[in-house]
Design a protein around this ligand. Structure first.
Ligand SMILES: [Zn+2]
Length: 78
């Protein structure tokens, strides 16, 4: 895994929460467009949040849970 992106970790959460200013939004979009790590995290977090919103976490597909465990594992070593 490449170097963790501390700055975009912050951006990503706000990006998902839709609480970014215009400048930050552009910064996040630009970063997501050329950072594989964050793009994958973004896609995953977005999917996860959709499940959480619809209260269907317990019915998450097994593959998604595996993916979650994998990502959390990566976070732990970052
Ligand atoms: Zn990044």
């Amino acid at each position: 895994m490449g170097a963790p992106c501390d700055r975009c970790e912050e951006l990503l959460q706000d990006f998902l929460d839709r609480t970014l200013s215009d400048d930050e939004w552009r910064e996040a979009e630009t970063h997501l467009s050329d950072c594989d790590y964050c793009r994958r995290r973004y896609r995953f977090e977005e999917t996860l949040r959709r499940y959480v919103r619809t209260s269907s976490v317990e019915r998450m597909p097994p593959g998604l849970l595996d993916k979650l465990a994998e990502l959390r594992g990566l976070d732990a070593t970052a």
